[in-house]
Design a protein around this ligand. Sequence first.
Ligand code: NAP
Length: 343
Amino acid sequence: MNREKHFRSNPRVAIVGASGAVGGELLRCLERRHFPVGEMQLFASARSAGKTLGFNGSKLVLREVTEASFAGIDLAFFSAGNGISRHFAPLAVAAGAIVIDNSSAFRMEAEVPLVIPEVNVERIGEHRGIIANPNCVAGIVCTALWPIHRRNRIRRLILATYQAASGAGAAAMEELRQSTRAFLDGRPFESRVLRHPYAFNLFSHDTPVDPVTGSNGEETKVMAETRKIFADPELRVLATCIRVPVLRAHAMAISLECERPIAPGEARAMLEDAPGLRVVDDAERNYFPMPKDASAIDDVLVGRIRRDVSDPTGRSIALFIAGDQLLKGAALNAVQIAEHVAF
Ligand SMILES: NC(=O)c1ccc[n+]([C@@H]2O[C@H](COP(=O)([O-])OP(=O)(O)OC[C@H]3O[C@@H](n4cnc5c(N)ncnc54)[C@H](OP(=O)(O)O)[C@@H]3O)[C@@H](O)[C@H]2O)c1
């Protein structure tokens, strides 16, 4: 059968990292969006080999990923970390698959499109086998700010994040649960996944700090990827990334300066019309985006849209956003990319 035709109608799909936090959401997104999977193969490490996961009413057995795993695969989602992507994604491409990669392994490579369909869907066509899914913060921030940026260019962006445990994977979520129970019971708890005590605490993102810039790895990714997604190398951006003891969904406080003056009402109108966003901005009830409301939904919540009074020129506004980073920040965005590749 013609491979391209088969791919378009009924791709054979692999998920590498299927047992992880993002992998589980990939399965659920493909199911609920009725992605026309011809055949599904699930891979993880040897630790998970033999376990089963449900998909479209069937139980599928997880297997250890190997160099031979991609024969006959049309579309491979990778969500098993940088090392696995670096090693296996080129092998998957060589075997004829298109790879959608959730790791940061290829995101900044010039020939690899870094895609949010609401922002730069046209980049998908440039791929040479690998399409990168953005960092979870960059994905959520760019989805929320693109409707403004495309009309009144953002020149400077300052953001602080409130990042949930799920951003660090399934084990970090479990560590938050267990350490919170231990804290409430007055029992000692030794952190194994994250560097610092997580219950009733918050801390700077636990990626290494660059001694030259002072930014940690997460902040560096957010800044570089935002410029790449917006195709705007001149954008001045500073991120401060913080882990907070929330189970799921990241939040961000943002201040941005545009090229021309912008009124909060104008920004709100731009955001209200935009795909993938929901404005939650009820000052009377003091009701704004919260991780609990953003969890397990596709839309990114945007609110607290107000003038940044620290800029007297009227070109700056502030806002607060929350988005499920397992969905728009990872699995949902990856499946949206796949839909554009496949149809
Ligand atoms: N969490 C997020 O919000 C988020 C957002 C954007 C991007 N990402 C990226 O997505 C990837 C997965 O993140 P996650 O949060 O889903 O992590 P996770 O919950 O820790 O899951 C990791 C997955 O990778 C698999 N894996 C680990 N080592 C492996 C190996 N040597 N060989 C094969 N499979 C291996 C694990 O399999 P076992 O269960 O067998 O160990 C598991 O399926 C990472 O690259 C992460 O940076 C995550």
